[in-house]
Each structure stands twice: as C-alpha cells, then as structure tokens.
Design a binder for this molecule. Sequence first.
Ligand SMILES: [Cu+2]
Length: 294
Amino acid sequence: VNTPRPYRRLGLFVVGLLLVFGAGAALGSLFEPADTESDTPHGAEHGSANGESGYALRMSPAQMGREGELRFAIDGPEGTVTEFDELHERRMHLIVVRRDGAEFQHLHPEMDETGAWTMPIEFDQPGVYRAFADFSVGGEQRTLSSDVSVAGGEFEMSPFPPAQPVDSTDGYEVRLRAGEPVAGESSSLTFAVSKDGHGVPDLAPYLGAKGHLVALREGDLAFLHVHPEEAAAEGSEVAGGHAHAHGGHGGGGAAMNEIAFAATFPTAGRYRLYLQFKHDGAVQTVEYTVEVPR
Ligand SMILES: [Cu+2]
C-alpha cells in the first residue's frame, strides 16, 4: 500500500509522547506536547507518538511476574520490522524503569528472524514499569514505549527523590553540575567521576561514547535521550569536584574525569537522570533529580 505521505502528514498533527534523541540544541520546542502541531517540521523526523508515525511497540505479554522474559516486536507500516540499523553499537536499546522512576535497567535484547525481540529480566519490586525501545529504522531514530505490569504485591508510587548533586555507586562518587537549567534552552550537564577522592581519568567508552544519559520527566515519563558533548579537552585540569553550579557555556572543555552533555529540558518540572559509564570493565549507573524552574 502506498501510504507514506499521508502517514507523514499525520505525524505532524498527532503528538503524544514526543521523543528526542541526540545532544541537539534544537530540541527544545519539539518536546512541548501542546504546540507541536503546525510548526515543527523536525517533529516528524525525530519524534513520534506511539504508532502514529506508522510504528508501534507491541509487548507480549504486557503482564508478568518478577522473573521472566520480556517479549516484544516493532510493527511498522509494512508489518513486523526485522531490519534495524545499528545505533550506538546495537540494534535495540531497551530502557526499563518503574513508573515512579525507580529500578532503571538498560538492556540489549536479541531478535529472531521473525522480528521477535526477547530479553530475560528480573524485577526487584512489583509495580507498573515503562519499557522504552530505542532503535533506528531506515536511518531514522525512534523511541516507542509501553507499560508492563509486574505482579507480586502492592506497589506504592513515590515521587522522584529530592534533587542532590552527588550520587555514589560501587566506590565511585559522581558529582553533577547542572547549572540552572531553563525550560526550552540548552543546558550543560557535567558529571565528574571520582573514586577514593581522586578524579577517574581513564573512563572507558560505553556504547561508543564516554557516557550514556537518559532523562525522564516526572509524571508522564517523557523520554529525553542525550549523548555526550564532544570529548574532554586533552590536558585540561582534573577538577577534583567543584561543589557549586556554574551557568552558561563559557567554562571550556571538560576534564578527563568529566562527562559533559548538552540537554534541553522541554518544560519546567522535575526530571530523573540516569548516567551510565564504564570503568575497570564494569558499567555503573548513577541517578539524579534535576528541577527545572518555571
Ligand atoms: Cu543500549
């Protein structure tokens, strides 16, 4: 059936969960759920509501126990998609997080020849989870999402934890400098990784970059997927950890132990950030809440 044009036009008009991928400066207004209808040609290219651009994520089953296998497929205009581009070294990235932002997982499922993706998974807690499939087809990046409910007890939604500049895991301490983010404007986010009081200068590449950052908006879990700004300036000083935030972009290159991102928070509100980096052969995840004022 020859329908790409109508589909494309429809994509301009219908925007639900709008997704932006990449460290773009032009992301801002694309993310506004309300006014993307008429004036954002980029919207059709980079963002799409579930299914409305002709692609949909089909989870089956959408209910499971605490241990099991996630199964899903991507349905496209011509049926189940079996050809995916490589994107950040993988053909599929699956982000799973509980609806309240807890229990972040970043997984790389396997696909069979019919286009069925599978991934063994374990959940610590029952509850409603959101799965985001992040992939590229025909050179176009997309993120689609779907809920999965996990049986096994009561689930209490909590708000995102309060904003705090430091998170620790496995002996690493990671400090976030977020400046003062303004809705709709590009903000720089710099993470400084240290261990035993010293900056870690030899972060390993992870998925082709120095770090991997996912940001989710509180409430609707709108998904902002961000990649690092260009690599650290060689030879710049290793900042031990400046506690205070600095605004603007004048600061020059990041130090060796720093991972810098440019992100545009689409609206005021609270966001949960999940930073992943690799060191000594292990992938580490740290989490932050960022408040974007009105
Ligand atoms: Cu991935």
